[in-house]
Design a protein around this ligand. Structure first.
Ligand code: AKB
Length: 316
């Protein structure tokens, strides 16, 4: 049985991915971990669980030894908006932290490392519609710079050291269990909460802002499918384009209005508008479809119906 370490296991994706992996591979075989800070220290965690900082290579190596880890999933990252406020910290966690994972994987013969990239790897010079797998990678955010660096490092460790590194360029992820924190696509989650709580939302990007997005069940499926994929069939490694759906902030509000007719939205773009404007509107994920059979299930209508149903229950 695989022994899996999930780093960043209390974040938006990490928390749901940990639960999914424990369901699939057995609770005792999935060690969840996060950094100890004001946000995480009082969290109720389910064992096996370890608190450590991804930048502490020694502790990371000890945890791998202690649990005989052979697969590492790295979900620790500072996202785009927070990264712009603290670029050095974003570099330290996203690049130096990830490099620790790669080095420990190389030194200990870890069988697989899975780590996310993002649509933030693209920049204003990238074709914005149906963005190809192979294209210009010149991001203008520190988060994007760290994601491109992570992709290059991942691919380098595959080629140079034979470490099996896999990665996905996640679009904005929409979910109802754990809130996202510090991303540009966070409006696409917050809008649902505010629609239910207050019947109105102030959106920090313009109405015509169109970005690639994905509902959490598809994100989990993509991650597990890539985790399970046959290495010999992969031509790409740390940088798979991944698409679910694309919509503007206005289209999202209109979809919510179908369920909550008196929902009101106003638009007050802030510094995150420039980040959103530097990213693609839609993604060509044919490499993921061909190499490991990726296919999303949700669209804007089915996601909105489920989000509102789930949040109605959660916020009651
Ligand atoms: C962000 O907005 O920073 C993230 C991402 C697209 O990687 N959700």
């Amino acid at each position: 049985m695989r022994k899996i370490l999930i780093i960043g296991a209390t974040g938006q994706i990490g928390s749901e991915l940990s639960a999914k992996m424990r369901e699939l591979y057995g609770r005792e075989n999935v060690v969840a971990s996060t950094v100890k800070n004001a946000e995480t220290e009082n969290l109720q965690v389910e064992e096996p669980f370890e608190f450590f900082d991804i930048r502490d290579k020694k502790r990371l190596a000890e945890v791998c030894d202690q649990y005989r880890i052979d697969h590492i999933i790295n979900m620790a990252a500072l996202l785009s908006a927070t990264g712009e406020k603290n670029p050095m910290l974003a570099w330290d966690i996203n690049v130096n932290g990830f490099l620790n994972v790669l080095e420990v994987a190389k030194e200990k013969g870890i069988k697989q490392v899975l780590t996310p990239s993002s649509i933030a790897a693209f920049g204003p010079e990238t074709p914005r519609v149906n963005t190809p797998q192979e294209t210009v990678l010149r991001p203008t955010t520190m988060y994007g710079v760290t994601k491109v660096t992570g992709e290059l490092l991942g691919n380098y460790y595959v080629k140079k050291f034979g470490v099996d590194v896999r990665g996905l360029r996640y679009p904005g992820i929409i979910s109802y269990k754990t809130l996202p924190g510090g991303g540009t696509t966070d409006y696409a989650v917050a809008i649902y909460y505010d629609a239910i709580r207050y019947k109105k939302y102030t959106c920090f990007v313009r109405e015509d802002t169109k970005l690639p997005m994905m509902y959490m069940p598809d994100c989990l499926k993509a991650t597990v499918d890539l985790f399970e994929a046959d290495f010999s069939k992969l031509k790409h490694h740390a940088d798979f384009n991944l698409a679910g759906m694309s919509f503007t902030a206005g289209e999202l509000a209109a979809e919510i209005k179908k369920h909550i007719p008196d929902f009101q939205i106003e638009y007050k773009p802030d510094f995150r508008q420039a980040i959103a404007d530097s990213w693609p509107q839609s993604i060509d994920d044919s490499a993921a479809r061909e190499e490991w059979g990726w296919k999303p299930s949700y669209n804007l209508a089915t996601m909105t119906e489920d989000m509102l149903t789930q949040l109605e229950k959660k916020l009651k």
